[in-house]
Design a protein around this ligand. Structure first.
Ligand code: ADP
Ligand code: MG
Length: 621
């Protein structure tokens, strides 16, 4: 029998490798940009013609290559980035396989112009199908320019496999964005045909994100920062209200390398539990920095997947970190203190005592009304979250004032109350001054609470608002793990008739249902309710029904007790059609803005509709 095993030629081997490394023009853009970053460039210009089919050119002002390196860089496994196997565990560069240039050169016409920063003459090399066709000295221009022409000229199958220019260009932009987001210190530009698509000057991380996605994004970003001895997580997540139907705005970088990490992605999504409607994905641009020795980047040829030793610790830190971040910034749709564009807002003086708006009921406002019992009702009292929420609602000045300025607005000259203009809302002055005690509000359709703020007019859905308030109070109880929580003891236990399976579910869930304030005993035909949550108004049967609606497990990733808490909140919350008096409204809003996420009910529906002053003014134009 003839022998059949042969050594593949270098070209064929490279073409096979190219199949893995270079799937489409965007892969070339990624590899060339990464090489430029690794070369220490401060500026990287990317040029693409016909979505990369005709030309992909990347020019950098990095360290460049000396003549022999320029020749060698197209060899297979030629790399300057690692030399021993140990180096694999300490990778700080983007590349390390030495495969990219060899692969690219085997399937395109490549021109390299490079000059090492310490040389007086540069090198220009032309490659065709993996062969050097010309090598000449060229004028010294520090840095490197690689032009890749006629991609896949010798692999027609690949070439035919490419999608439309629009699709390929989308991929190119994706890769460009990933590298640009990870390196805000580098100036990047990108041209497609004759159009400049990006010109991103060296900037802060926030500015870079805004540069990549557009100026509207500034107000959508919530900063995150967490760290331990071993790693740090920094970056931004998006406010829930700006979530999208696709995952296109989710970026996780590990040591400045874009990665896909399913577990961490799930953790991030979990942080948004109860804040997003199903099928919506929040933006995130998060940067994890970790000792490279704890990282294995070597598991996938295109290196977007990583494994690390610290999965669990990172998860444990990330979830509460994001929740905290979201809690701080959740309310204000447009008043964010960290926006690049709002540099005129002065930071809060840390040495000053922050005064929460304590006085909620102004007796003058409703002299006939008995003092509210709201102080005794279960729920969240003003904490840091509330202060932040108020801050974003009414502006910092409200909180910065040393003490609330109480004003007798009835006797004051209008101009004294409002220096600039007289704003009136149904005869009630709209207060712009700080520390005011009266927050004008009224109810319409027995359903919405209307209130005026510094930034405009807000409509609050009372049912959803109350759901949010109750939900967060219940979740706090779940998390507190206390065995005895406040519950309203029923004078006469109420029997709720349930089939055996439902009864069994309730009994099995007794521990956490107790934590949610529901106490009951087994009864031969159902359960006997002895204590109900203190807050809200509903019958015990309706409450059981709400709880049982979560009997089946689901795939949302949200724990059952939390889902039940949401259902209970819905059952307990005041409904539309319930008349609220002034102090009830005030109390509800107060507590709503003490929530970590006042803007959404536990099922992700909006709680507040805002009409910004600008919008209102436009209506009168
Ligand atoms: P890798 O990046 O994995 O090392 P490549 O095939 O991408 O492999 O590049 C091979 C080598 O060529 C690199 O290790 C580097 O030394 C050199 N090189 C490539 N691009 C540049 C560049 N833009 N500037 C300087 N050196 C470069
Ligand atoms: Mg490389």
């Amino acid at each position: 029998m003839p022998e059949v095993i042969r050594q593949l030629s270098e070209l064929v081997a490279n073409q096979i490798a190219a199949g893995e490394v270079v799937q489409r023009p965007s892969s070339v853009v990624k590899e060339l940009m990464e090489n430029a970053v690794d070369a220490g460039a401060k500026r990287i210009d990317v040029r693409v013609v016909d979505a990369g089919r005709t030309l992909i050119q990347v020019r950098d002002n990095g360290v460049g290559m000396v003549r022999n390196d320029a020749r060698r860089c197209f060899d297979r496994h030629a790399t300057s980035k690692i030399s021993t196997a140990e180096d694999l565990f300490a990778i700080v560069s983007k590349g390390f396989r030495g495969e990219a240039l060899a692969s690219i050169a085997s399937i395109a016409h490549v021109e390299l112009k490079t000059c090492h920063s310490e040389e007086t003459e540069g090198t220009r090399i032309q490659m065709k199908g993996g062969q050097v066709v010309e090598e000449l000295p060229c004028p010294a221009e520090p840095g490197t320019r690689i032009s890749v022409k006629n991609l896949f000229f010798n692999v027609p199958a690949r070439r035919n496999f490419l999608k439309s220019d629009a699709v390929e260009m989308r991929h190119v932009m994706d890769e460009f964005q990933r590298v640009a987001l990870a390196h805000e210190e580098i100036h990047f530009t990108m041209r497609h045909n004759d159009t400049e698509l990006f010109n991103l000057k060296s900037a802060s991380r926030r500015q870079r994100i805004v540069g990549v996605f557009g100026s509207k994004y500034d107000e959508r970003l919530v900063p995150i920062e967490e760290s331990t001895d071993v790693f740090t997580v920094e970056g931004f997540v998006g406010k829930p209200s700006f979530a999208r139907r696709s995952r296109g705005e989710q970026f996780l970088f590990v040591n400045q390398r874009f990665v896909k990490h399913h577990v961490l992605n799930r953790v991030i999504m979990e942080a948004y539990a109860g804040l997003l409607p199903p099928g919506q994905f929040p933006l995130y641009v998060l940067f994890l920095t970790i000792d490279p020795s704890r990282l294995d980047v070597n598991i996938h040829p295109t290196k977007t997947e990583v494994k690390f030793d610290e999965d669990r610790t990172i998860q444990a830190l990330l979830l509460p970190g994001i929740r905290r971040g979201l809690g701080k910034y959740a309310v204000a749709p447009s008043l964010d203190f960290d926006q690049e564009s709002s540099l005129n807002i002065q930071p809060l003086d840390v040495n000053r005592t922050v005064i929460a708006p304590e006085v909620r009921v102004n007796k003058e406002y409703n002299p006939f009304h008995a003092p509210s019992d709201s102080q005794n009702r279960g729920g969240l009292r003003p904490g840091k979250g509330q202060i932040d929420a108020w801050k974003s609602l009414y502006g910092e000045d409200d909180l910065r004032s040393e003490e609330p300025k109480s004003r007798d607005w009835k006797n004051a000259e209008p101009s004294e109350i409002m220096p600039s203009a007289i704003d009136r809302l149904d005869g009630i002055p709209l207060e712009e001054e700080s520390g005011s005690q009266v927050r004008p509000m009224f109810q319409i359709q027995q359903r919405y609470i209307v209130t005026a703020t510094q930034s405009g007019v807000w409509l609050v859905d009372q049912h959803r608002a109350h759901q949010r308030v109750i939900y967060e109070a219940l979740v706090v109880r779940l998390e507190s793990n206390e065995s005895q929580v406040s519950s309203q003891q029923l004078l006469f236990p109420e029997l709720v008739i349930l089939p055996l399976s439902d009864r069994a579910f309730m009994m099995d869930s007794a521990t956490w249902l107790n934590q949610l304030g529901l106490y009951f005993k087994s009864h031969e035909s159902g359960i006997e309710i002895t204590g109900m949550p203190t807050e809200g108004e509903t019958r015990s049967a309706a409450l059981c029904e709400a709880i049982l609606s979560e009997k089946e497990s689901d795939a949302s990733g949200i724990s059952r007790p939390e889902r039940v808490a949401a259902q209970m909140a819905r059952a307990l919350a005041v409904k539309a059609g319930r008349v609220l008096n002034a102090s009830e409204m005030e109390d509800l809003l107060d507590r709503l803005f003490g929530c970590s996420t006042p803007g959404l009910d536990p099922f992700g529906k909006p709680v507040i509709a805002t009409f910004e002053m600008k919008e209102i003014e436009q209506r009168f134009n």
